[in-house]
Design a protein. Structure first.
Length: 243
């Protein structure tokens, strides 16, 4: 019996060994070929950079509004995920001087001056391209407020938002404007929201659709404006679904 089993096992061992050597080799070939293809695709994608992103980086936009329009410095607004039609109009209005702002305490200049000074660097086609590009980017993630905001403050802001009728144009929580020419205001910076509401109430900012807001915001007291800003700036916007 041993004489029959021994040659058989020996034959099986040789066959198994051959398989063991051959199979990993095939798998290895497969694994090494796949990453190579992926690496080529990645390299191709990196080479094919969006020209609108290059304009954003090289024409000074990123200096104030941050990487991909989602990390703005100081009181400047985050632009990522904003309505393209609104963005385009605001850039054109700042370029032409139609949109102005209140005075910045630190500099003594209107808050729009810095942007107005560089808008000659872009033409109308580039402005449209920037607006479309920024609109497709994911909105900024919420950052912890400089001063803690209580649930009571947020509730008060929500109440003021509803009482003034803000949802008619900006949606029930500021995440969906009824007109693409209106801004999405949820998740925006508190300080920026306060400045804009105050400027519109005081008839400083009257460009484009801003003047339509005067009939609503003229009734707002300072504390209501701050409360609404607390409420809106606490809302995390969702990323748009790709079509």
């Amino acid at each position: 019996m041993r004489t029959l089993i021994s040659p058989l096992l020996k034959g099986l061992s040789i066959t198994a060994l051959a398989c063991a050597i051959a199979l990993p080799a095939e798998a290895s070939d497969s694994k090494t070929s796949e990453p190579t293809v992926k690496q080529k695709v990645v390299k191709k994608q990196k080479r094919k950079r969006d020209p609108r992103a290059k304009i954003y980086r090289t024409k000074s936009c990123m200096a104030c509004h941050g990487r991909n329009g989602a990390r703005a410095i100081r009181d400047y607004p985050n632009l990522a995920g904003q309505n393209a039609k609104y963005l385009k109009q605001q850039m054109l209005d700042i370029q032409s001087g139609a949109r102005v702002a209140g005075i910045e305490e630190e500099t003594g200049h209107p808050r729009t001056k810095g942007m107005a000074d560089i808008m000659h660097l872009v033409n109308k086609d580039e402005i449209k391209g920037l607006a479309d590009w920024l609109s497709d980017l994911p909105p900024a993630k919420l950052r912890p407020p400089e001063e803690p905001v209580t649930e009571e403050q947020i509730a008060a802001g929500k109440k003021a938002y509803k009482k003034l009728g803000c949802k008619a144009c900006h949606g029930k929580d500021g995440t969906k404007a009824s007109n693409k020419a209106y801004p999405i205001i949820a998740g925006q910076k508190k300080a920026y929201l306060i400045h804009q509401m105050t400027d519109m109430r005081d008839k400083i900012r009257v460009n484009a659709k801003s003047k339509l807001m005067y009939g609503v915001i003229k009734r707002a007291k300072d504390e209501q404006i701050v409360a609404i800003a607390d409420f809106l700036s606490s809302i995390q916007r969702k990323t748009k679904k790709k079509k």
